[in-house]
Write a protein that binds this ligand. Structure first.
Ligand SMILES: Nc1nc2c(ncn2[C@@H]2O[C@H](COP(=O)(O)OP(=O)(O)OP(=O)(O)O)[C@@H](O)[C@H]2O)c(=O)[nH]1
Ligand SMILES: [Mg+2]
Length: 674
C-alpha cells in the first residue's frame, strides 16, 4: 500500500530544468516503469499523467507542478514535475519547498541551456541536493560527454558521471553504473537485463570510476584518509561519501537516460532511493502539514501538502496555524496527476492532497499547536501587468470573483482595482502567465475579457499664472441661466493639492454662489481639466464675477466655475506629473552594461549598483509609464536570468513634449465629443 512507508523510505524529488528537456516525459517513464500507471502516456499526445490541464495540453508545456508517486525497491518516491517555462516560477518554488532533492533534467548537447543554469541556481539558493539526468540520449547528435563537459565548465557543485551510456543515438541501449560496477541493457522487446561491462568501455569505466571515488572521498575526512592510505574505497564507502557530498552540495552525480525509450529510468529510481536524502520530519509529534501548492480539478480546489510531523488522518480537523480557523480534511488522497488514490492516513515525510478546504491557501501550515507555522513560500513579486475589460456587459462581478479564486490558487497572480484609474488590473510573472490566467478564467468561470496596457495614473497641474473668465449665460425666454466668474490660477508647492482663495470684495457674487463656483472648479479638477487626469497643486483665486437677481442659480455658477478653470488651466501652461517607481533590478554581471543603457532609454536614473554573487543589483528611478513592458524586455536581455521589483516613489513633472502629446490627444477627443 502507498502509505506503509516510514520517512526513511520516502524520497521527495522535484524535476527541474530547461523547458522541453523532457521532465514530464521522464516523470511518465518513472510512473510506467515502476508499475504506478499501466499505460505509457506522452505530453506529445496530451496523455501525460502530469500535464492534465487543457492549457498545458494545448501548448505542450507544463504549467502546473505535477504530483505523482512510484514505489520502487521498498521506497516510495514522490515525483514533483515542475514547469521549465519561466512564467511559472511559482510552481517551481512550490516543488522546491516540498522536495528534499532535485533531479535536474538536461538535454544531450554541449550547449548549456539557460534553464539548466537557472535550475542550478534555485538548487544552490535553497541548498537542494541534486542528481543530473542527461535525457534524450537516443537522439541523433546526442552527446553525453559534451553535456557533462558543458556543465562542468560553468556549474558548481561540479557534476560528474555516475552512469555511462552504452551505445549512442539510435543505438543507445543501456548504461554502466560506476558505483555498483554493473551494466544494464534493454533488448528490442523492451526488457532490461544485466550484462557484463562491454570490453571496449573498460578504460573509460576505470577513468570515471576513479573520479567518482575521489569525489566520494573528498566529502568526508575519514574517507579521505582511508582513500589516501588504501588508494581506493569499497562500494559502501563510496555510496556513503556520495550521499554526504550530495547532501552538502559538494557533488552532483550525472546519470544517462532516454525517457521515451524507457532507458536508464529504473536505475534513476534506484539512484534516487540510494543517494537522495530522506525527509527531515518528526513522526512522533502531533500532526502538522505544510500546504505547498494549490490546484483545481473536476472535484474543486485541491490543496497539496507535505506532512511535516505526525500522521494526517482522513476526516481530521486541523487548525490553520497561519491564518486561524479550522479545516476538516474530509477526503485525503495520494495524487497521481489528476487521479486521487484514496488514503486513510498519510505519514510524516509523505505528500498528499485534500479537496475542498474552505480558507487554506498555498504557504499555510495546518496542525495542532506545537511550534508555530512554517515560513510561507519565497516568491518574487509580479512583474507584468494588464488591464482587463469584460467582453460581455455586466460580467464585472463574475470576472472579479473568478480572478479572486484564481489568485487564491496562484500566489504569483495579483488582482486589483486601481483607485486612480478605476481599471481592473492583473499582475503576473509574464505575458504567457497572464494569457493562461485568462484562458482559465474562461474555462472555469465562463467569462471572457479583453486586455490593454494599464493606464498610468498621471496627474495634471499648471506651470504659470493666468486669469480667466467663466460665463454661463442663457436668457432667451422662460427661466434663464446666469453666472459669471473671474478667477486667477497659479501653481502651489508640490503636494499642497487644491488651495482656494476668495478675493471678492463687495457683492459681485453672493456668498452662496461663490461656493457654487468653487464646487464647479473642484469637480472639474477631480475629473481632469486638460487631459482627463486629476488636477492637483493649483491655487485658484476668485476675484470677480456677476450675478442676476432672477436668472442666477447654483448650477449656472458651477458651470461658470468649470468653464473658468478649463480656460485658466490651459492658459497657465498645463503640465503633467508622472509617477516614478524605484526599481531594483537583478541581472548577471555580463548584462550590467545592457541594463544601464536600457534604463537610460527609459528616461531612468541609475541610483547605484551592488555586486551580488555573480549578479549585480541595480537600483534605478524610472517613470512608471516606461516600465509597463520591462518584465518582457528584461527577460530577453538576460535570457530569463534577470528579475526585478518596483515600488512607487513619487510624482515628477513629465518632459513637456511628452505631456503635450497626451494633452493634445485629449483635447482633440474632447472637442470631437462636445
Ligand atoms: N527523442 C526523445 N525525445 C524526448 C525524450 N524525452 C522527452 N522527449 C520529447 O521532448 C519534448 C518535451 O518533453 P516534455 O516532457 O514535455 O518536456 P518538459 O521538460 O516537461 O517541458 P516543460 O514542462 O515545458 O518544461 C516532447 O516532444 C518529448 O516527446 C527522449 O528521451 N528522447
Ligand atoms: Mg513538463
Amino acid at each position: 500500500m502507498a502509505n506503509d512507508y516510514g520517512s526513511d523510505k520516502i524520497r521527495n524529488v522535484v524535476l527541474l530544468g530547461h523547458s522541453h528537456d523532457g521532465k514530464t516525459t521522464l516523470a511518465e517513464a518513472m510512473l510506467f516503469s515502476s508499475g504506478s500507471i499501466a499505460r505509457l502516456g506522452s505530453p506529445d499526445q496530451s496523455t501525460a499523467t502530469m500535464d492534465f490541464e487543457p492549457e498545458e495540453q494545448k501548448r505542450k508545456i507544463s504549467i502546473n507542478l505535477g504530483v505523482g508517486f512510484v514505489e520502487h525497491n521498498g521506497f516510495k518516491i514522490n515525483i514533483l514535475d515542475a514547469p521549465g517555462f519561466f512564467d511559472f516560477f511559482g510552481q517551481v518554488a512550490s516543488g522546491l519547498r516540498a522536495a528534499e532533492g532535485a533531479v535536474v533534467v538536461v538535454g544531450p548537447t554541449s550547449q548549456l541551456a539557460v534553464g539548466t543554469e537557472i535550475a542550478w541556481e534555485h538548487c544552490n539558493r535553497t541548498s537542494k541536493p541534486r542528481i543530473v539526468v542527461v535525457n534524450k540520449l537516443d537522439k541523433e547528435n546526442s552527446d553525453f560527454f559534451g553535456a557533462v563537459r558543458a556543465m562542468r565548465d560553468v556549474l558548481s557543485p561540479r557534476p560528474f558521471p555516475l552512469h555511462l551510456p552504452i551505445g549512442a543515438e539510435h543505438d543507445f541501449r543501456g548504461i554502466v553504473d560506476l558505483l555498483h560496477l554493473k551494466a544494464f541493457v534493454t533488448s528490442d522487446d523492451g526488457k532490461g537485463s544485466e550484462v557484463s561491462i562491454p570490453d571496449d568501455m573498460q578504460a573509460r569505466v576505470e577513468e570515471y570510476r576513479g573520479q567518482l571515488i575521489e569525489a566520494a572521498a573528498e566529502s568526508d575526512d575519514s574517507l579521505l584518509e582511508k582513500y589516501l592510505d588504501a588508494g581506493t574505497l569499497n562500494e559502501e564507502e563510496i555510496q556513503r561519501g556520495l550521499r554526504e557530498g550530495i547532501l552538502e552540495g559538494k557533488v552532483a552525480p550525472v546519470v544517462c537516460c532516454s525517457a521515451t525509450k524507457l532507458l536508464g529510468v529504473r536505475t534513476l529510481l534506484s539512484t534516487i532511493a540510494e543517494l537522495m536524502p530522506p525527509p527531515q520530519v518528526e513522526p512522533d509529534k502531533p500532526a502538522k502539514a505544510f500546504v505547498f501548492n494549490t490546484g483545481g480539478d473536476q472535484f474543486g480546489r485541491v490543496s497539496y501538502f507535505k506532512v511535516m510531523a505526525g500522521t494526517v488522518k482522513a476526516d481530521a480537523h486541523l487548525p490553520n496555524m497561519s491564518r486561524g480557523g479550522e479545516e476538516r480534511l474530509a477526503q485525503i488522497f495520494f495524487p497521481r496527476g489528476k487521479e486521487h488514490v484514496a488514503a486513510t492516513e498519510i505519514h510524516a515525510g509523505d505528500i498528499g492532497a485534500v479537496t475542498k478546504l474552505t480558507h487554506t491557501l498555498t504557504g499555510d501550515t495546518l496542525g495542532l499547536k506545537d511550534g508555530g507555522p512554517l515560513p510561507p513560500l519565497d516568491l518574487s513579486g509580479p512583474a507584468y501587468t494588464l488591464a482587463l475589460t469584460p467582453k460581455a456587459r455586466g460580467d464585472e462581478e463574475k470576472i472579479s470573483s473568478g480572478l479572486a479564486r484564481l489568485s487564491e490558487e496562484d500566489p504569483t497572480l495579483h488582482v486589483e482595482r486601481s483607485e486612480e484609474t478605476h481599471q481592473l488590473v492583473i499582475a503576473g510573472l509574464g505575458d504567457v502567465h497572464l494569457e493562461v490566467t485568462l484562458e482559465k478564467l474562461k474555462r472555469k468561470y465562463g467569462v471572457d475579457a479583453t486586455t490593454a496596457t494599464p493606464r498610468v495614473p498621471y496627474r495634471e497641474t499648471v506651470h504659470g499664472q493666468a486669469r480667466a473668465e467663466g460665463r454661463h449665460v442663457k436668457q432667451s425666454g422662460g427661466h434663464g441661466q446666469y453666472g459669471i466668474c473671474v478667477i486667477e490660477v497659479e501653481p502651489t508647492a508640490r503636494g499642497e493639492g487644491f488651495v482656494w482663495e476668495d478675493k471678492i470684495f463687495g457683492g459681485a457674487i453672493p456668498q452662496n454662489f461663490r461656493a457654487s463656483v468653487q464646487k464647479g472648479i473642484v469637480d472639474t479638477m477631480a475629473k481632469g481639466v486638460v487631459a482627463g487626469y486629476p488636477m492637483v497643486d493649483v491655487k485658484v483665486r476668485l476675484v470677480d464675477g456677476k450675478y442676476h437677481s432672477v436668472d442666477s442659480n447654483d448650477m449656472a455658477f458651477q458651470i461658470a466655475g468649470s468653464v473658468a478653470i478649463r480656460k485658466g488651466a490651459l492658459d497657465a501652461g498645463p503640465v503633467l506629473l508622472e509617477p516614478l517607481v524605484e526599481a531594483t533590478i537583478r541581472v548577471p554581471e555580463k548584462n550590467l552594461g545592457d541594463i544601464m543603457s536600457d534604463v537610460n532609454g527609459r528616461r531612468g536614473k541609475i541610483l547605484g549598483t551592488e555586486p551580488d554573487d555573480g549578479y549585480q543589483n541595480v537600483k534605478a528611478m524610472v517613470p512608471e509609464s516606461e516600465m509597463l513592458r520591462f518584465a518582457l524586455d528584461l527577460r530577453s536581455i538576460t535570457q530569463g536570468r534577470g528579475s526585478f521589483s518596483k515600488k512607487f516613489s513619487h510624482y515628477e513633472e513629465m518632459p513637456a513634449h511628452l505631456a503635450k502629446g497626451i494633452i493634445d490627444e485629449f483635447q482633440k477627443q474632447h472637442e470631437a465629443a462636445s
